[in-house]
Design a protein around this ligand. Structure first.
Ligand code: THU
Length: 163
């Protein structure tokens, strides 16, 4: 038996002002997107913005439904919109913002497992690391430079082929 350690690297910022201008711009778009989230059931509004290799930024927000499981997270709304409208254009970064009248955030919002899996799909497809920018309303930010740091031991198309 041997033990394998998996070390991940996270950049931490205390305020948006410390960010590089491209990350700042992307996060601003995500913040704007979360304002128009459709979240009448949770009141937990999330916005996500994806930066494409051609410079285009697309945004999405969470879309809830009276039949709860039919709703979708902001990250997947944004990534699926990007893939549907800009097929074959790599996604370089995704910024995520959150807002709630009820929740007091103590740390940046970490995306759910299903959204990480979808990020991993596109990262694998384009063979390019996707920068994941997490935030909370007070301005604290965490940046993970690649989805494999968020979702190690990923299942992707390589496993399907048994490689
Ligand atoms: N949600 C997101 O949109 N993204 C996340 O990363 C976590 C959760 C949404 C789903 C649901 O509409 C609400 O937040 C509460 O879970």
């Amino acid at each position: 038996m041997k033990k394998i350690k998996h070390i991940i690297e996270i950049e931490e910022y205390q305020s948006f002002d410390e960010l590089e201008s491209q990350d700042f711009k992307l996060l601003e778009k995500a913040q704007l997107a979360c304002k128009s989230a459709y979240a009448p059931y949770s009141q937990f509004r999330v916005g996500a913005s994806v930066l494409l290799e051609n410079g285009v930024i697309v945004s999405g927000n969470n879309q809830e439904n009276a039949a709860y499981p039919s709703g979708l997270c902001a990250e997947r709304v944004a990534m699926y919109y990007a893939s549907a409208n800009y097929p074959n254009i790599p996604m370089l970064a995704i910024a995520i913002a959150v807002e709630s009248d009820e929740v007091k955030f103590t740390k940046p919002l970490a995306p759910c497992g299903s959204c990480r899996q979808v990020m991993a799909e596109y990262e694998h497809l384009y063979q390019l690391k996707m920068r994941v920018i997490l935030s909370e309303p007070e301005g604290r930010v965490q940046i993970i430079n690649g989805v494999s740091d968020l979702l190690p031991f990923t299942f992707n198309a390589t496993e399907l082929k048994g490689l």
